[in-house]
Design a binder for this molecule. Structure first.
Ligand SMILES: Cc1ncc(COP(=O)(O)O)c(C=O)c1O
Length: 397
């Protein structure tokens, strides 16, 4: 089945027993535990000798349906959904490191909170991280060789400068060194790239973003290959970062239209990037569809033609914090929200949001200047988004 079909059908319409009607969409089941006619059946369910549910921290119908859908989208072996994208990253790292050396090699260009997760949560527990330019394969090979990490962590499209590493080549390096590769696929989505098909072991998403897509859900997802799934499930069942059934329902509903939304958002981003490239107020545009993008050959190799991303970042010429604030305050349509991937276009200022907790020096090292803003293209008419940007950039025009 192709992705658009899976998005609509996978996980839904489970049999409710012989002769019972089948709901066309998965119902929200709120029960925290499940009972059977006899305690012997409960015993067998706990022992996985018969299918069923015992306790909602382990399994529950709405979540299982969403897990099945997400497994299908990413072509993995199994999936687990949890309360946030950060919780998903934490459990993915723990799964990867469970029986490996407690050392991580991570892309230097990552979401700010992910950098903090490594430095402020994992490091105090003895897991050190070495950061490397994930787009420089010689440096990645050297870091893996030197550090002998248990896990390598990267984003398919980095936040916010939109660099794209060669997942398949990094995966080959990891495999040769016995390290697990974790890929945060939030920005790319399975429409652009399915990292497990390229050799990654664990794929992470903030469901909060494109997959749920409507700005009304917090959620995280880990999709696993076969080798890591039992460990992932066992960790999750033990410390229980599960998603609530209402969020699972909303996410499933959102995913049905995610490929359509993402196609439109990618098309809008392309038009927006082209318009910004012509605007004299703009110093530099970052977009994965730019033919002169530093990772253009990787993008052409790994992503479908023309559907290469829905994010556009840009530096406003000569702007500092004050000018960026003034520009953002002039926006009338684009929502100044600290997220991405929603149906509405969103503008974020990394220096005060996604990368706020990094020092100015750390941001500078990553190339995140005070003049940089990040736009998540929505599904509106591209002309309206461009008109809003144009009037906000040139208030007197
Ligand atoms: C690339 C990426 N990964 C993970 C996260 C964390 O997701 P959440 O906010 O759902 O915890 C974010 C949030 O912005 C993100 O942009």
């Amino acid at each position: 089945m192709k992705l658009h079909t899976k998005a609509v059908h996978a996980g839904d319409r489970k049999s409710q027993g012989p002769g019972r009607p089948i709901p066309v969409t998965t119902p929200i089941v709120t029960a925290s535990s499940f009972v059977y006619d006899t305690i012997e059946t409960t015993d067998k369910v706990f022992a996985h000798e018969v299918p069923g549910y015992a306790y909602a921290r382990y399994d529950s119908p709405t979540l299982n349906a969403l897990d099945e859908l997400c497994t299908a989208l990413e072509n993995g072996h199994g999936a687990l959904t949890c309360s946030t994208g950060m919780a998903a990253l934490e459990i993915a790292l723990k799964t990867a490191l469970l029986d490996r050396r407690k050392k991580v090699v991570a892309a230097s260009a990552l979401y700010g909170a992910t950098i903090n997760l490594l430095l402020k949560v994992f490091e105090p527990f003895g897991v050190e991280t070495t950061f490397v330019d994930i787009c420089d394969l010689d440096k990645v090979a050297a870091a893996i060789d030197e550090e002998k990490p248990g896990a390598v962590l990267m984003e398919t499209i980095s936040n916010p400068l939109l660099r794209v590493g060669a997942i398949d080549k990094v995966a080959a390096l990891c495999q040769a060194a016995g390290a697990a590769l974790i890929v945060d696929n939030t920005f790319a989505t399975p429409l652009l790239c399915r990292p497990i098909e390229l050799g990654a072991n664990l794929v992470v998403h903030s469901l909060t973003k494109y997959l749920a897509g409507h700005g009304d859900v917090m959620g995280g997802l880990i999709v696993s290959d076969q080798a890591h799934f039992d460990s992932l499930r066992s960790l999750s069942r033990t410390y229980g970062p599960v998603l609530g059934p209402f969020e699972a329902y909303l996410t499933m509903r959102g995913i049905k239209t995610f490929p359509l939304r993402m196609e439109r958002q990618c098309a809008n981003a392309r038009k927006i990037a082209a318009a910004l490239g012509q605007n004299p107020k703009i110093e530099r545009v970052y977009f994965t569809g730019d033919p002169s993008h530093p990772d253009a050959s990787t993008i052409q190799r790994l992503f479908p033609a023309d559907t290469v991303g829905a994010m556009v970042s840009f530096d406003i010429r000569g702007a500092g914090r004050e000018e960026v604030f003034a520009f953002m305050n002039r926006l009338r349509l684009i929502v100044k929200g600290t997220s991405l991937g929603d149906v509405h276009s969103l503008m974020l200022y990394p220096a005060i949001a996604s990368h706020r907790d990094l020092s100015p020096k750390q941001r500078e090292r990553l190339g995140i200047r005070d003049s940089l803003v990040r736009l998540s293209a929505g599904i509106e008419d591209a002309d309206d988004i461009i008109a809003d940007l144009t009037q906000a950039l040139s208030p007197s025009a």
